[in-house]
Each structure stands twice: as structure tokens, then as C-alpha cells.
Design a protein around this ligand. Structure first.
Ligand code: BES
Ligand code: MN
Ligand code: ZN
Length: 500
């Protein structure tokens, strides 16, 4: 995909299609729409006046241009931006994504896009490019049928921003491309079948990516984890024939600002969650291949960090483990000792995410992290509470939480905070060990998961993102395929860039 910036004469862009955003109640009487109306021979004006024109956000209207239009493009595509007052830079990704998915079905390979919206040039161009890249992801990786019927890939994307500085636009396009590609890597990992993406394979992919972008990568095997005393993580792996891996990615800035302590991103990488001996019902179990989405987000975000090069050290820790009910699997009532020395009574082997994160977050803190953000498809309860609209966020530091929520707002990702506190922590006190891995049935499931992880944080500022609802989208959207979403990559990058 080639991305370029143009700063004048949008109608004459060298592309097969011109794409514009038109907002609710707009008519073809502004200067730029008048000019475009001319090349359509008046059809744009008719469309905007017609009943047929829908100003519902992201609806698309295609106008074929007449032979004598005088421009290079063959069509003008209108993307409805909805209410201009509610439109934000992040919506630009949805608009370019919608356009790209519409056009490639029509086998159009190049388009010039004009958001007709004023905002910071770097923001506009970043979202524009990211939207194009993420819109091209499909679930068809393993399909050999209908190969020739697949939609074309967009080859050329031209961004026009009125009065924009070309150098700024190019920089934004570059960053947007990196972010979009990284999101697609997270999505590809989440979509992989669990027989292919085992913990060992996940570690290999991480190490390959690390090599490509210049990250340090260390893979701890089970013997090493045993030595370190990671009894909680290893207890989950016991029932599987696939050995667990702890993936550690390190980014060290060339130019450190010197005053910032290490930020750790920690991810749940359950490559398949059967529930273990507390076996899940078979119906819907196939969805549990995405239970490594938190880990995928960490790998993808670390990749983007290595390419964007912020001035703060970041470490990524992914616990890659398969949860299976084998002969050596944990039993409900087992007691294990975690990396930080605390003992855990396992009362439900399906509450395995918190068991692996317990050791992963403690390890991250031991590596010197002052801020730890963990992400995990941790609870079904967060889906009940927030659906696939908002990620659940909890933690021990309100400033950190507020900053993440704000970063999410700026890039179109929703977060909703749930509380933690002593009263909840009491609910996981065990009669025979320090803590148990579940609370009372049906009560505060998402919070219980979080306060369990909190037991393994010492002094670090910590936030936990429960992405069980937001990491997967069951329906196709105008701007994205159904399936894995790559949620949180954009938010985390933004957070890190603000804290460098
Ligand atoms: N991976 C699941 C969480 C999950 C469940 C995600 C359904 C998406 C859909 C997690 O490991 C799990 O099984 N959590 C249990 C915890 C319970 C046993 C305390 C849950 O949410 O039911
Ligand atoms: Mn589970
Ligand atoms: Zn799980």
C-alpha cells in the first residue's frame, strides 16, 4: 500500500475515485462542494437534496462521473460523517475504512480522500492511514476456495488536507500505517486456530517480530519458570501437552528522557481455554481461541513502539499458556505458590487468566516496572456489564486510569471504570491459603478477577483492562471485518507517547 499526501487541487488527484465526507444537513453550496458538484454535472447537488441521501454516519453514496467531467477519477464516493458537532479525528479512520472496503469490492485500487474536517494534520493523517490499513484485514487466511473472487487490495491512498503541511501529513501517514499494521498483527494472532498458534508458536512469532523491528526478546521456558518459582502460571499449563512460554520483549530508547521509569505491558496469552478440569460447556467453546488477545495486543503494541521510538523504556510480558484438562491438570482445591511467595487455592480451573497474570505482573515489577498495564480476556462478566462497546478498566491509581480513559476517548476506544477495594479483596480470602482464585458465585465477577491480580502487584501503579467484550466483534462493520478487533493497541501507544 502506498500512502501519499496532496495539498492542493483535490478534484484533479491521480486516483480512480475521489472520496469526501459530507456532514448532516450540508448542501452543495460551500465552495469545495460547488466545485465537486460541477464535475458530477449537478448530480451531487441532486443527491444531497434527495430523500435518498442518508446522513446516517458511515452510509455511502456512489456517483459515477460523466466522460466530460474533466478529472482523472471515474467516481465520487460520499461518506456520511453524521453530525459535524460529534465528529472527531478518530472518526476519520472509520470514514477511510468504510471507503476502502466499499471501493475494493468494486475492484477500485486507488482513491483520494478529503475529510473536509479541520483538525491537527498529524491526527487526521494518522487516523486516515490506520483506517485504510485495518479495513483490509479479512478472516479468509485459510480459505483456498474462491481465491479469484476475493476483493482487491487498495494499492494507492492519497490524502488531501486543505492547507495541510505535506511533511506533517507524511509523518502522520507513516505512523498510521505502523499502527494499522500492528493492529492487524494482533488480529491475525487472535484469529489463528489454536492447533496452529500454540504457546511455542506464539513465542516464535513474537521473537520473529522482535527481530524485524529491533526489540530484545527473551523466551522463558517451563524449566526457567520453575526455577523462578512461578507456581501459579505453571499450574495452568500442567494439563496441556503444550509447554508454556513467558515472552519478554524489551524496548530501550536510544534517546531516553532519563526521568521516566519503565512501563510494563502484560498480556494474557491463553492460546485455548477449555476451562481445564472445571470444563466449559462445548457450545461456544470455539470462541476461546481468542483468549490470547491480551497477549497479542502486547506483542503488537511493542512492535509499534519499536518503530515509533518513544523516549521511555517499555517492557512487554506475555504469558502464553494452554488451559487443558489433561491427566496432570490442576484440580479444584489444589494449592500453589506464586512467584511473589503468596499461596493460591485454585477452586475453579476456568479462572486461569488471573493465575497466569499473577506471575506475569509480579515478574514485570521485578524487572523494574513502575507502571504496569495488564490486558486480558478475563471474564464473561465484563461482557454482561459492558457488551462489546467498552473495555472494563480497574486499577490502584486513579491518575493512571484517567489517563488511559482519556487516551481511549481520543482514539475512539471506549473504557469504563469499575471499582476495586478492601471489601472486594476480602471476598477472595481463602480458608487454607492466602487467596482463592474465585469469589462468591455470580457476584462482581470482573472486579474479583482484578482484585486477584492486584494481590501480586507490590508498589507499582497498575491498571487492568478486561477486553473480553471488546477484543472480538461478532458482526461485520462498514469499516472492518467481523472477528478480532486489535483493541487497545491505539490507546496504549497514545498513553506511552504522552508519558515519554
Ligand atoms: N477466558 C474466560 C473469560 C471469557 C468467558 C471470555 C466468556 C469470553 C467469553 C476466562 O478464563 C473465564 O473462563 N472466566 C470465568 C471466570 C469464572 C470461572 C470465575 C468466567 O468469566 O466465567
Ligand atoms: Mn477460563
Ligand atoms: Zn480464559
Amino acid at each position: 500500500m502506498k500512502f501519499s499526501a496532496i495539498t492542493d487541487n483535490f478534484p484533479q488527484a491521480q486516483a480512480e475515485a475521489l472520496v469526501i465526507v459530507v456532514f448532516k444537513d450540508e448542501k452543495a453550496d460551500s465552495e469545495d462542494l460547488k466545485e465537486l458538484n460541477k464535475i458530477t454535472g449537478g448530480l451531487l447537488d441532486s443527491l444531497l437534496r434527495s430523500e435518498e441521501f442518508s446522513s446516517e454516519e458511515l452510509s455511502t453514496h456512489n456517483i459515477y462521473l460523466p466522460e466530460n467531467s474533466g478529472v482523472n477519477a471515474k467516481r465520487l464516493l460520499i461518506i456520511s460523517g453524521g453530525d459535524k458537532e460529534e465528529f472527531k479525528p478518530a472518526n476519520i479512520a472509520l470514514a477511510t475504512g468504510t471507503a476502502a472496503r466499499f471501493l475494493r469490492k468494486a475492484k477500485v485500487k486507488s482513491f483520494a480522500f478529503n475529510p473536509r474536517f479541520e483538525a491537527d494534520a498529524l491526527e487526521i493523517s494518522q487516523f486516515a492511514a490506520q483506517g485504510v490499513v485495518t479495513s483490509q484485514f479479512e478472516l479468509d487466511k485459510y480459505q483456498t476456495r474462491n481465491k479469484d473472487k476475493k476483493p482487491a487490495e487498495i494499492a494507492n491512498f492519497l490524502l488531501y488536507v486543505k492547507g495541510g503541511k505535506a511533511s506533517e501529513l507524511r509523518e502522520g501517514l507513516r505512523r498510521g500505517q505502523i499502527i494499522g499494521e500492528s493492529m492487524n498483527i494482533a488480529r491475525d494472532l487472535a484469529n489463528e486456530p489454536p492447533n496452529i498458534l500454540t504457546p511455542t508458536e506464539m513465542a516464535q512469532r513474537a521473537s520473529k517480530i522482535a527481530k524485524e523491528v529491533g526489540l530484545k526478546c527473551e523466551i522463558l521456558d517451563e524449566a526457567k519458570m520453575e526455577k523462578l518459582g512461578m507456581g501459579s502460571l505453571l499450574s495452568v499449563s500442567r494439563g496441556s501437552a503444550q509447554p508454556a512460554k513467558l515472552i519478554v520483549l524489551k524496548y530501550t530508547p536510544a534517546k531516553s528522557s532519563g526521568k521516566k521509569e519503565t512501563i510494563a505491558l502484560v498480556g494474557k496469552g491463553i492460546t485455548f481455554d477449555t476451562g481445564g478440569i472445571s470444563l466449559k460447556p462445548s457450545e461456544g467453546m470455539e470462541a476461546m481461541k481468542y483468549d490470547m488477545s491480551g497477549g497479542a495486543t502486547v506483542i503488537a503494541t511493542m512492535r509499534a513502539i519499536a518503530l515509533i521510538k518513544p523516549k521511555v523504556p517499555v517492557i512487554g510480558v506475555v504469558a502464553a499458556v494452554e488451559n487443558m484438562p489433561g491427566g496432570k491438570a490442576s484440580r479444584p482445591s489444589d494449592v500453589v505458590k506464586a512467584f511473589n511467595g503468596k499461596t493460591v487455592e485454585i477452586l475453579n480451573t476456568d479462572a486461569e487468566g488471573r493465575l497466569i497474570l499473577a506471575d506475569a505482573v509480579a515478574y514485570a515489577e521485578k524487572q523494574g516496572a513502575g507502571t504496569i498495564i495488564d490486558m486480558a480476556t478475563l471474564t464473561g462478566a465484563v461482557i454482561v456489564a459492558l457488551g462489546d462497546i467498552n473495555t472494563g478498566i480497574l486499577g490502584n491509581d486513579q491518575t493512571l486510569i484517567d489517563e488511559i480513559i482519556q487516551c481511549g476517548k481520543e482514539c475512539g476506544e471506549g473504557y469504563w471504570q469499575l471499582p476495586v477495594g478492601k471489601q472486594y479483596s476480602k471476598m477472595i480470602r481463602s480458608d487454607i491459603a492466602d487467596v482463592k482464585n474465585i469469589g462468591p458465585r455470580g457476584k462482581a465477577g470482573t472486579i474479583i478477577g482484578a482484585v486477584f491480580i492486584q494481590e501480586f502487584i507490590d508498589k507499582a501503579k497498575w491498571a487492568h483492562l478486561d477486553i473480553a467484550g471488546t477484543a472480538w466483534c461478532d458482526t461485520v462493520r462498514p469499516f472492518q471485518a467481523k472477528g478480532p478487533t486489535g483493541v487497545a493497541v491505539r490507546t496504549l501507544l497514545r498513553y506511552i507517547e504522552k508519558n515519554q
